[in-house]
Design a protein around this ligand. Structure first.
Ligand SMILES: [Mn+2]
Length: 345
C-alpha cells in the first residue's frame, strides 16, 4: 500500500508544475489507456497544459477513451524532437502503468537524457504503477504491486487530492480496472476492485456500455485471427499448460496487426485443466513475443524476467529469439520446472 505521505508528495509535485507530459508503456492496454485518459481530464480540469504521448499505437477499441488522438513516439514524433521542445515546454513527466525502462521503448532515451545531459534543468518524473518489476524511474513513486490495476492508484490519488471525478474520468478508470482484472475474472480481483468500481459506477461509468465497447467489438479480421490462433493449440503436462502461436502470415491473411492479439491468449483458460498458458507471436524483426498467463499457481513474471521481460504473477511477457520452435522450447523448459515435470511431456 502507498502511505499518505507519498500521495501528498505526488499532489504537491503536480501542484507545482503547469505543463505535463503524460505517457505509459508500449503496447498500451486498457489500464494504460484508461489511466492516461483519466489523468488528461484531471490535469486539464486543474488548469494544466497536458500533452499525452503514446509509445506505440493505441488499439482501436480503446480510442473511445480519448477526446483527441495522442501522438505516437517513433511515428508522429521522435525522442530527439521532444528534447528539442517539439511538444512544447515540459515541466513535469508523468508515467503511468510502467516503472521499468524495458516497458518504455524509445522513451527510455528521452528519460535518460533528461536525467543526465540536462543536469540542473532535469524535469521531475512522477511514476504511478503496480508492476512487480521496477527500475525506480520516478523522482516520486506511487507504486503498489498489490493493486490489481494502476487505475486503482490513480483513483486513490484523485481522492487524496480532493479532485472531482467526472463521468469521463469514471469511465476511463472503470476501463483501467475492468480490463486489468479480465473483467473481474483474474485472481487479482479483490474487494478493493469491486469497491472502486462501485464508486466509479456511482460517478457515471456505465458497465454494460463499456463491456460492449471493449469486448463485443471485434472486427471480422480479428475474429479470424483468433480462429487461426485457436487452431494451433497444443496442451502439455497433462493439459495443464496451453501453447498457441500466431505467425506473420496470419496477420497478412486476416488484415490485422499485433494490437489485435490483445486478450486472445485468455481464451484457452476456458479449458478446465489449463493452469498456465503461452502465446507466441512472430514479429517482423525475427524475434518472438511471448505472452504468459497463469490462473495463480505458477508465477509467470519470474519466467518472463529470466528472458529480460516482466509483468505480474498471473500475466507477463518477454521477447525471445526466434525461430518459433526455439522460443517454445525455452518456455517449455521453464514451465516444466514450475509444474514439476520433465520438458517434452
Ligand atoms: Mn496495469
Amino acid at each position: 500500500m502507498i502511505d499518505n505521505c507519498d500521495f501528498r508528495k505526488a499532489v504537491d509535485l503536480i501542484g507545482g508544475y503547469n505543463t505535463v507530459l503524460l505517457t505509459t508503456h508500449t503496447k498500451p492496454d486498457g489500464d494504460a489507456c484508461g489511466c492516461v485518459a483519466a489523468l488528461c481530464e484531471v490535469l486539464t480540469a486543474l488548469g494544466k497544459k497536458v500533452q499525452a504521448l503514446m509509445l506505440t499505437e493505441v488499439p482501436q477499441w480503446y480510442e473511445f477513451l480519448f477526446t483527441e488522438k495522442a501522438p505516437v513516439l517513433g511515428k508522429d514524433i521522435l525522442a530527439e524532437q521532444i528534447l528539442q521542445g517539439r511538444l512544447g515546454e515540459v515541466d513535469l513527466i508523468l508515467i503511468v502503468d510502467a516503472d521499468s525502462y524495458s516497458q518504455l521503448g524509445d522513451f527510455e532515451q528521452f528519460l535518460k537524457q533528461n536525467n543526465t545531459q540536462y543536469g540542473r534543468r532535469h524535469k521531475p518524473v512522477l511514476v504511478i504503477d503496480h508492476h512487480v518489476t521496477s527500475d525506480g524511474v520516478g523522482d516520486v513513486q506511487l507504486v503498489d504491486s498489490s493493486a490489481a490495476a494502476t487505475g486503482l492508484i490513480v483513483l486513490d490519488l484523485i481522492k487524496h487530492a480532493g479532485w472531482a471525478v467526472t463521468e469521463r474520468m469514471a469511465e476511463a478508470l472503470f476501463v483501467a480496472i475492468a480490463t486489468d482484472t479480465g473483467w473481474f475474472q483474474f485472481s487479482n480481483t479483490d474487494s478493493r476492485v469491486y469497491a472502486a468500481c462501485a464508486e466509479l459506477t456511482d460517478a457515471g461509468a456505465k458497465p454494460t456500455q463499456v463491456y460492449d465497447k471493449l469486448y463485443n467489438n471485434f472486427s471480422h479480421g480479428r475474429f479470424r485471427l483468433m480462429l487461426a490462433m485457436l487452431a494451433t493449440l497444443e496442451l502439455h503436462f497433462d493439459g495443464r499448460f496451453a501453447v498457441q502461436h500466431i505467425l506473420l502470415r496470419d496477420f497478412e491473411r486476416t488484415g490485422t496487426t499485433y494490437a489485435d492479439t490483445e486478450n486472445l491468449i485468455n481464451e484457452c483458460h476456458r479449458i478446465g485443466t489449463v493452469k498456465a498458458s503461452a502465446l507466441f507471436v512472430e514479429l517482423k524483426d525475427g524475434r518472438i513475443r511471448c505472452s504468459l498467463r497463469s490462473k495463480g499457481g505458477v508465477d509467470v513474471s519470474k519466467i518472463a524476467a529470466k528472458f529480460g521481460g516482466g509483468g505480474h504473477k498471473s500475466a507477463a511477457g518477454a521477447y525471445l529469439p526466434g525461430p518459433l520452435e526455439n522460443a517454445k522450447r525455452l518456455i517449455l523448459d521453464e514451465i516444466a520446472g514450475e509444474l514439476g515435470q520433465t520438458a517434452g511431456q
